[in-house]
Design a protein around this ligand. Sequence first.
Ligand SMILES: [Zn+2]
Length: 152
Amino acid sequence: MNVARHKAQCTICAHENSAEIEAGFVNWESPAKLAEEYELADRTTVYRHAHALGLFDKRKRNVRAALERIIEKSGEVEVTASAVVAAIQAYAKINAQGQWVERSEHVNMNELFERMSKDELERYARDGKLPDWFTETVSVPLATGQDDGEEG
Ligand SMILES: [Zn+2]
């Protein structure tokens, strides 16, 4: 379907808050919730609009926003521990362009330490034990890393 034809029959395109609806979609807000909030027929309307305007790609690149929300929330409400750990792991591997970075030589160790919670840092200081998400992010064994490729 071309954009002009889409626009002619889309309630979001004609909506006074269309920019906010799009921003919400790109920020991984629930399409069902967006539909409810802006009194659209249902989430299909949101998906159709997103398809026509190429918002899926934008949203995909914005995956860090979704992960940030999960990590942030872990401080307020109860999110399962595994969900938070998975989110932190994923966050550590995704660069600003939303691309998955597996190459651990590009992992900035200082950044990882900054990401550790107070409890994790205390545990590391006490027992020398790094959290699992940390060691799994740095998948190359540190002891055998002969050449120092760190350039900041
Ligand atoms: Zn539309």
